[in-house]
Design a protein around this ligand. Sequence first.
Ligand SMILES: [Zn+2]
Ligand SMILES: [Zn+2]
Length: 309
Amino acid sequence: MAVTGAAAPQGPVAQTIDLLGDRLTLAILREAFVDHVRRFSQWIDRTGAPPAMLTARLNALVEAGVLERQPQHSGHDRYDYLMTELGIATWEILASIWTWQREWSPEGRLQPELIHVDCGHRGPPALMCLHCGAVVGPRDAHLELDRESLALATGSGRRRSTRNSPSVSRADLQFTEVMEAIGDRWSALVTGVALTGVRRFGEFQAILKISPTTLTERLGRLSEMQILTRSEHGNGREYVLTPRGRALFPIFAFLLSWTQVAHPDALPLGPQIRHRACDSWLLPALRCRGCDARLERTSVHFEPLPFRT
Ligand SMILES: [Zn+2]
Ligand SMILES: [Zn+2]
């Protein structure tokens, strides 16, 4: 799958983070899922994004196979942008991001709530392992990282400054807090490695081959955002995930599993998660906390947002 402007070979995981770790892209997808938005002019109205920036994001989503253009011969817009099967498969990533935002961020109440149509339950779903059916948390899982895929994940390529780009005007589309964790490759990898239980500066450095300056900066920022917490521990400082940080686990699990769907032939696969209890690669799914059934895209309704401008 082609990547625009890639300066170096990039791993599939890096491509996923570059593509989806972007607030305007998340806003585009959310409007498509929740309100079936499919036209350029509708996204402009809803996001307030500069047209050139929206064009760039839509092009990237088309190139990645998430959206497809369908020419229109009537009306103001030249194309409809429809979700492909791969696009629809991002719904669990989006749902996990909304769930995290609703639980852990002051702006989260503005995110859609999930309702299981079959049983009527509303609220945050659980993460389950499709192999054994058990509910999985970060402590039940083991992230396997191999050197080669990490090098690819962090290798130089197209980068965006997502932190300061005021690309979306509405508060409910900003995804500000979750962007601190998934908005760039280094933050995502540091958070991902922390989810595997790594705590010490030296260990992060050894695993990620990251410069001390960059690592210090990312650890500082993630601590400021209360994703990690610093503690002095005998002979050194430790960085431990807060409950808020640990709750990011489903987002990472779905980002990795979606990456494998998007790049079925890619080798190396990149970081992979094993479920300790059943000793299989984790194939994650969402499970209803009301009736314990697996949630499918078609059995879930996204509650309309509390306000519309
Ligand atoms: Zn399992
Ligand atoms: Zn249910």
